[in-house]
Write a protein that binds this ligand. Structure first.
Ligand code: SAM
Length: 231
């Protein structure tokens, strides 16, 4: 259920970004890099849509799984072993239309450096899609679980670098030369309710999450923030 909600909101935004980029460039097949793309959950469906997709990930096992998944789907996806911060050494400057950076900033040593490297490989007018854990949600979830001291501690201390507020993500992206064009909340309600409640009407919950994803207040308490930014 959680993954279905994530997929729905993120894919809807990605499809719109890709359609606009294709219209602007006159190319149906775009060059996409999935930084920290893991086993290809996004990369393989994007290749199936006809795009040229490269996954950069430090984990050999993930790249092997990516290769198997791509082969089973009948598409080609190039896998490169490496760190998002080294994108500039692995790929040509200004060679990508879209870079995905989904659930990766939480793991990197230096998120600012990582986004700087993303900016370097994007073409003018290209976009980055960033998905990251929301530091505000961590406070809400701890409080709802009755962990009040931990919730207060999270509220009163700077986020650890493994979670980001909307302002922090916007600041990191601006420093890397990006303009934020869209912010969506992913899993606003799905994370707050018991699994049984979520399962009682999965389609209704997904429709609600889609409707709320762009809400200027509700998106700020989502489990993850999805940001589209342009160069
Ligand atoms: C939670 S998974 C997300 C996978 C995929 N992006 C997705 O959204 O389904 C995190 C991924 O980041 C990769 N990763 C961790 N540190 C990284 C780094 N410094 N540079 C690039 N990828 C990294 C991991 O190997 C893993 O595949």
């Amino acid at each position: 259920m959680r993954d279905a909600t994530r997929q729905t909101v993120v894919w809807e935004a990605l499809r719109a970004v890709l359609a606009r980029r294709s219209a602007a460039t006159g190319r149906d097949s775009l060059d996409i890099v999935d930084a920290g793309g893991g086993t290809g959950g996004f990369a393989v469906p994007l290749a199936k849509l006809g795009h040229v997709v490269t996954v950069v990930d430090p984990t050999p096992d993930s790249l092997a799984a990516l290769e198997r998944r791509a082969a089973e789907t009948g598409v080609g996806v190039k896998g490169l072993q490496g760190d998002v911060a080294d994108l500039g050494d692995l790929l040509e400057y200004g060679s990508a239309d879209l870079v995905l950076c989904h659930s990766v900033l939480e793991y990197v040593d230096d998120p600012a450096k990582a986004l700087g490297a993303v900016g370097g490989i994007l073409r003018e007018g290209g976009a980055v899609s960033v998905l990251a854990a929301n530091s505000v949600a961590a406070v809400v979830h701890r409080a709802l679980a009755g962990q009040f001291d931990e919730a207060r501690r999270l509220l009163l201390t700077e986020p650890s670098g493994r979670r980001f507020s909307r302002e922090a993500l916007a600041g990191l992206l601006a420093a890397a030369g990006f303009t934020v064009t869209e912010v969506h909340g992913v899993r606003i309600f799905a994370e707050l309710m018991p699994g049984m409640t979520a399962e009682s009407d999965p389609d209704g919950l997904i429709a609600l999450e889609r409707a709320a994803a762009g809400h200027p207040v509700l998106r700020d308490i989502a489990a993850q923030l999805h940001v589209i930014a342009h160069r």
